[in-house]
Design a protein around this ligand. Sequence first.
Ligand code: 13P
Length: 253
Amino acid sequence: MRRKLVIANRKMYGSIPDNQAFLKGLLHETCALKNLDCAVCVPYPYLYQAQTMLAGSSIAWGAQNMSCHEYGPYTGSVSPSMLLEFGCEYVIIGHSERRRRGYESDNSAAERFEAAIKVGLKPVFCVGETLEEHKAGYAHQVTIRELSAVIDHVGVMGLAQGVLAYEPIWAIGTGKSASPEHAQTVLAFLRGHIASLDESVAENIRILYGGSVRTANAKELFAMPDIDGGLIGSASLNTSDFIPICRAANAID
Ligand code: 13P
């Protein structure tokens, strides 16, 4: 049985006082949620704050990107082992907000995935189609292409060390979530593909849905058999939106 996982992707938001209020509220409210894993991915400058406040709690933390290099003349980059020094468990890899600005290709995202698992970080690997691809019925083709780049790099056993997130680009930040049925269809397809390579990996890997998850739709989404939780953007900016989503995930058997 896969435990539900809800991850806050705080993107490029927050400030030291704002993070403090958010993390304090989260610590207070989620301690009673026993059926759930919860994590917060913050901008790099706030990793120390997350580490200081969350250490010893049940809430994990992580970053939103990293270099695939361990060290070197890469001005502005942050290495996998630097994230480990700040206690990160997770790192988001291949988010569409990076891919579509040209910062990431299928190959570079796969390289980052490989670098993350090499040091024991859990990559949260994002896949998803654009609106045009969605309208043309290409959701399966696009997501399988992105996923296959990782499997080609690290094999299905390497994939098993990460988490997948299906984030249709047209649903991100738009307020228009994918329907639970659409998300379920894509997730079942991805899981089926993984099962064709290794059934036990498919059975155990967690696949999240991301894209306009809100209090109002979280329960329906998380009730789908292949949706193992959420990667939450806008609704992770304050506890009043985020905590009900955590509660919804916690309430699913
Ligand atoms: P929203 O929840 O704001 O749509 O963002 C989703 C996302 O990009 C999470 O990574």
